[in-house]
Ligand binder design. Structure first.
Ligand SMILES: C[S@@+](CC[C@H](N)C(=O)[O-])C[C@H]1O[C@@H](n2cnc3c(N)ncnc32)[C@H](O)[C@@H]1O
Ligand code: SF4
Length: 385
């Protein structure tokens, strides 16, 4: 059982950087090729000004209402944040109220590692890198439309270590077009040989409106997928990576605090094009959970960065949203987290929880699945929808 730091109860901050060198055919993130009209050619000075105005507006309207507006984690995601110059991160991080030991992650694409100095990112305050390796097979990297080769990932990793990064995640995907069990395991083997602190191992999904949805590649059959998953989990475990969430594996104490805060249904501020946030506000003794959203298109966002769309989460959706997140954590969460996060009492959920407990799918001492329930997570969660 990981030792959750108490600091997790303070909010996180997500900052979106919406540009990439080019769009990968499987990706449905809010990312725009740098040369496209919607990408505007990426003017990072203009974007930084927009982020500062966005922060100022949310600080006055919403952050001021948070109980402890000090960030335990900051996550610069994308898009490809490693396209942006280190001074953008330095300027923001100087301004933000951060916990002394805040985890500050930046996503990096191995194909952009030479654009800026990694030491300058560290100097700017980034203390965790998340490198988008995806695969170590050049054939698969090409099919995935990636801008880098396998050796670029190894080079990026070595440079990050040399620059002083001591907390590095590698993103990998599995279930790639025509991937065999041996190929998927070879990818994991190559990743663990680099000795990262964390591995995110995502099954490739075909997302609507992507290039892969228009021309679906030949994916491995169900039996192959099942074998990749079973042997892959064993390989990661044997290499010292504990699975703590569906796709997240860490060495002890290196769990991603920022993502844990999402899964524990904690609050977070979202800055940048298309960024989402979540605020728990108190009104007349009642909790109100609000979601925030910013304009998606970079050129719309930079024109009106102070505009934040607010949507309350209806009370009838709260149990499902809480479970959708909390049960992704392998150890789940304490039952008494439900009330401060949602305003619902644990006993209100008993008519749904008890039948699942009787079927051996969830635990009775904790808001968590059993190992059996974890295998059928989607159907457990669907009981609350
Ligand atoms: C926003 S991307 C991050 C990093 C950076 N842009 C890159 O690609 O190198 C986050 C991660 O989500 C994963 N991902 C993106 N699209 C996916 C899909 N359709 N199925 C599974 N994983 C996906 C990839 O592993 C990717 O590294
Ligand atoms: S580089 Fe990352 S964010 Fe950009 S398109 Fe590819 S997967 Fe998406």
């Amino acid at each position: 059982m990981p030792n959750w730091p108490a600091v997790l109860d303070t909010p996180g901050l997500y900052v979106h950087l919406p540009w990439c060198v080019r769009k990968c055919p499987y990706c449905d993130f809010n990312s725009h090729p740098v040369t496209s009209r919607s990408g505007q050619g990426a003017d990072f000075d203009e974007y930084l000004q927009a982020l500062l105005r966005d922060w100022q507006a949310q600080l006055e309207e919403l952050v001021a209402q948070m109980q402890a507006p000090v960030f335990a984690s900051v996550f610069f995601g994308g898009g490809t944040p490693s396209l942006a110059p280190p001074r953008l991160f330095a300027t923001l991080l100087e301004l933000l109220p951060l916990a002394p030991d805040a985890e500050i992650t930046m996503e990096a694409n191995p194909g952009t590692i030479e654009y800026h100095s990694l030491a300058d990112y560290l100097q700017a305050g980034i203390n965790r890198l998340s490198i988008g390796a995806q695969s170590f097979s050049n054939t698969h990297l090409q099919q995935l439309g990636r801008i880098h080769h396998a050796r670029d990932t190894a080079t990026a990793f070595a440079r990050a270590r040399a620059a002083g990064f001591s907390n590095i995640n590698l993103d990998l995907m599995w279930g790639l077009p025509q991937q065999s069990v041996a190929e998927a395991l070879a990818d994991l083997e190559a990743a663990v040989q680099l000795q990262p602190e964390h591995v995110s191992w995502y099954q490739l999904t075909i997302e609507p409106k992507t290039e892969f949805a228009r021309r679906v590649p030949l994916l491995p059959v169900e039996d192959t997928l099942e074998q990749i998953e079973r042997h892959g989990l064993q390989l990661l475990e044997a290499a010292g990576f504990q699975r703590y969430e569906v796709s997240a594996f860490a060495r002890t104490g290196r769990e991603c605090r920022h993502n844990l805060n999402y899964w524990r249904f904690g609050d977070y501020v979202g800055l940048g094009a298309g960024a989402h946030g979540k605020y728990t506000l108190q009104a007349e003794g009642k909790l109100r959970i609000m979601r925030t959203e910013k304009a998606h298109q970079p050129r719309v966002y930079t024109r009106q960065p102070a505009v934040t769309r607010l949507t309350p989460v209806p009370r009838e959706n709260l149990a499902a949203e809480f479970m959708l997140n909390a049960l992704r954590i392998k150890e789940g969460v304490a039952q008494d987290l439900l009330a401060p996060r949602t305003g619902l009492a644990w006993r209100e959920l008993q008519p749904l929880w008890q039948p699942l407990a009787r079927r051996g799918l969830v635990r009775s001492d904790r808001c968590a699945t059993t190992p059996l329930g974890y295998r059928y997570l989607n159907s457990v969660v669907s009981e609350f929808v």
